[in-house]
Design a protein around this ligand. Sequence first.
Ligand SMILES: *Cc1c(COP(=O)(O)O)cnc(C)c1O
Length: 403
Amino acid sequence: MEKLAIDGGSKGLRSPLAQWPIYGELEMELLKEVLESGKWGGAGGGGKPGYEPKLPLMERKFAELHGAAHAVSVVNGTVGITVALQAAGLKPGDEVIVPPYTFIATASAALAYGIIPVFADIEEDTLLIDPEKVVQRITPKTKAIIAVHLAGAPANMTRLKQIAAEHGLKLIEDAAQAVGASWEGQGVGSIGDLGTFSLQSSKNLNAGEGGIITTNNRDYWENAWSICNVGRIPSGGWYQHERFGQNYRMTEFQAAIVLAQMTRLEEQMTRRERGAKLLDELLAEVSGVKLLHNDARITRHAYHLYMFKLDKKLAGKATKADFIRKVNAEGVPLSAGYVPLNRNVSILETTKMWTGEDRTYECPVCETMCENEAVWLTQNVLLSDEQAIREVAEAIRKVAASY
Ligand SMILES: *Cc1c(COP(=O)(O)O)cnc(C)c1O
């Protein structure tokens, strides 16, 4: 048996992984242009004559990229979710059905406005929200569903749309990890009532921080815009506040970075797809590893993460923590991923603060996946060259074979 790095063997990963973020002259040029324009923020007028503000341009291009009619930029993806729920008409006390296997913001963003997240379990083969479990969670208080396109893989939007229509629910897409992805040819963020994206540092399109809300519905766009602009209305006066809103605006500097990063997106997406395909091929041969199922209706996967699972047999022999420790020792940044949000103390306590109830949610699939099976690699691994990706797969094979 080959000696593992953790036992003093040589490291499986010797080649460097791709660095993140990636930038060049264009980012510097556009940033300088904003700096010298004097228009640094998104509100009001200002700026040198001839300067074309970056935020509206970026919003237009971002909406176009996803086939959405409108976009509103916002301080981050978390606030984007809160605003999208508000814009769709949800009120404090309403319930929204969310998956338990996602970043905490999917649920905490609802709670920030007193909207109660209710957890519907995930599918074992995709780790995405299970539409049939959503149906079981609907109550008279349910007003919306949040579909999370986790890892860049669109959730089953066909079935979720059908469920939302049957029960009169709004459908929000948390596409924080899925910039550029599509379901049956339709861009994420343009399929449900509203979509939200994140531009946080780790995300595939990054401005350090930031978020975007997309929609095809003009009223939702106006609501979202207004909520992000202290309740102003698009054609109204400066001190005309028609709705409850706050200041959730992004800066021109961030929009400049996004515009520059957007010119790199297609090439990076292609590179990630190539990396993921290679990992699929190599890991399919590894005994102990189980690949996720990619629905054929996913016409484009954004691969923010590359998720896979320890199969039941390996998970019976190796604890996930031990497996990860050994793979990490090989130099491969394998992550244990999320913990079940349906058990998260801050979510349950905040739910109690709003409802007065001690709620519990059973999501056995999510809990098993978190405890024993689900692991992931981040997108910069997929951007790496072929040699590095082969070494990553080989290190995983070596560790799996050691049990
Ligand atoms: C990153 C992320 C968010 C939150 O976005 P921020 O910009 O970090 O606030 C929400 N949902 C998911 C699924 C995410 O991955």
